[in-house]
Write a protein of this length. Structure first.
Ligand code: NAD
Length: 440
């Protein structure tokens, strides 16, 4: 059993900490956000993530999981310290490491014996060494010497299925420089190891690169099918069939081949930009990724054009917006396509009735700039009532089974923009809708 501190209690830190405690370890989750910590102590979960609440509450009850703002106590009393703070994009697109390095400095300040410092945040190649340098220089200032190991252990969980992903990963990547660190990490992931989850043991730099390469590839795959979809629309092909047949080729796989309004979320947009920047910093170019970033921005604007071209002048028209989070089963709206598409439509005079099962709280502040154009609705049909068009922006399950008769009655314009391709075009046309998908 390991004694673990997880510094940064966000989507990744909270999920990791909670599940590691469920594996039997003693875990202390640390955050600078006092409200978040005091809520967690009361069993209130700050994010929407299916299945997480029960795991947090259970392990907190059994005293395997605790929450604190006191990083000194957490560092002094634990042997393995995860860094899971944010690495948002800086102005030049690179990953901003200020939070990671500030945690590294705190670890150096409070270390009192051998520690394994595990970087779980997504960080550019070379960050492990920077963390090591920061800890070393802090120890030097303190005029003390303690042995420690830095490990890179990137996280591949997806929001919306984070619990399942963390407990059933395709692989666990561990980048380290000493056998002692590898053994300790194997103990941390013992439950998965026993279940024969592949462990990739490598050096720190390779582990850091694996995460960026994987995310950039997935972003590129989405962008690829989006661009194929755009051409499909022009040539009369159906991207759904194209993607399905492509995916049946085992070398390609059907995953991440769904055409839509562009990828969003807290990872792909920033990680693609950061990877392009890493390459540039070393005098290389990853042109595929640079193009992916630009094409993804274009895709969001294409959705705006799609709506405007179909409806004509949208000044004063009201659109029912179903879903604003970047994907279903999360309340996360970081870099969600809705944050570009809605303001662009608002500029052209559109009004919105918006419903999202979990995104309301985030949406209200993130769309503050166009609040005059938005009426927030409590359910799907309230959003659709008295509007000129229905726009599906996020494929929440409840939008997959709409009562089409009701939608037709409530929505005068009958325009139906299915930006996630969850309805069949022919069925929708037969039902009397002016249906527009992506690439169909
Ligand atoms: P987040 O913004 O949800 O959480 C970060 C947390 O760190 C916040 O609660 C913040 O208050 C806290 N924090 C900041 N500075 C701190 C400090 N000095 N001490 C203690 N706490 C501090 O971020 P996230 O989505 O969990 O992402 C964290 C990292 O994991 C990022 O590098 C991200 O790229 C990576 N990642 C995210 C996902 C995902 O789906 N969200 C998946 C894989 C990897």
């Amino acid at each position: 059993m390991s004694k673990i501190a997880v510094v940064g209690t966000g989507y990744v830190g909270l999920v990791s900490g909670a599940i590691l405690s469920d594996f039997g370890h003693t875990v202390t989750c640390v955050d600078v956000n006092e409200n978040k910590i005091s809520d967690l102590k009361k069993g209130i979960i700050p994010i929407y993530e299916p299945g997480l609440e029960t795991i947090v509450q259970k392990n907190h009850y059994y005293k395997r999981l605790d929450f604190t703002t006191d990083i000194q106590h957490a560092v002094e009393n634990n042997d393995v310290i995860f860094i899971a703070v944010g690495t948002p994009p800086a102005d030049d697109g690179s990953a901003d490491l200020q939070f990671v390095l500030s945690v590294a400095q705190s670890i150096g300040t409070y270390m009192n014996g051998y520690k394994v410092i595990v970087d779980k945040s997504t960080v550019p190649v070379g960050t492990g060494q920077k963390v090591k340098d920061m800890i070393n220089s802090t120890l030097l200032e303190r005029e003390v010497e303690y042995p420690f190991d830095v490990v890179s252990n990137p996280e591949f969980l997806r929001e919306g299925s984070a619990v399942q992903d963390f407990t059933h990963p395709d692989r666990v990547v561990i980048g380290a420089e000493s056998q002692r660190a590898f053994e300790i990490m194997k103990e941390v992931y013992r439950v998965l190891y026993l279940n024969e989850t592949p462990l990739v043991e490598t050096n720190i730099e390779t582990a850091e690169m694996i995460k960026y390469a994987a995310n950039a590839f997935l972003a590129m795959k989405i962008t690829f099918i989006n661009e194929i979809a755009n051409v499909c629309e022009k040539v009369g092909a159906d991207v759904q069939k194209v993607a399905k047949a492509m995916g049946q080729d085992g070398r390609i796989s059907p995953k991440f081949l769904h055409a839509g309004p562009g990828y969003g979320g807290s990872c792909f947009p920033k990680d693609t930009m950061a990877l392009a920047k890493i390459a540039q910093d070393y005098g290389e170019t990853i042109s595929l990724i640079e193009t992916t970033v630009k094409a993804n921005e274009r895709q969001k604007m294409k959705m705006v054009d799609k709506i405007v071209n179909a409806m004509g002048d949208i000044e004063g028209k009201t659109l029912a917006i179903l879903g604003i989070t970047f994907k279903p089963n999360t309340d996360d709206m970081r870099d969600a396509p809705s944050l570009v598409i809605l303001p662009e439509l608002a500029k052209r005079g559109a009004k919105f009735k918006v419903y999202d099962p979990e995104g309301l709280k985030e949406g209200i502040w993130r769309l503050e700039g166009i609040k005059e154009s938005i009426t927030w609705s409590e359910n799907t049909y309230e959003a659709i009532e008295n509007t000129d068009a229905t726009v599906i922006l996020t494929e929440w399950n409840e939008f997959r089974t709409l009562d089409l008769d009701k939608v037709r009655d409530l929505n005068g314009g009958r325009f139906f923009f299915d930006l996630r391709n969850i309805y069949n075009k022919n069925v929708m046309l037969d039902e009397g809708f002016k249906y527009y998908g992506v690439g169909v």
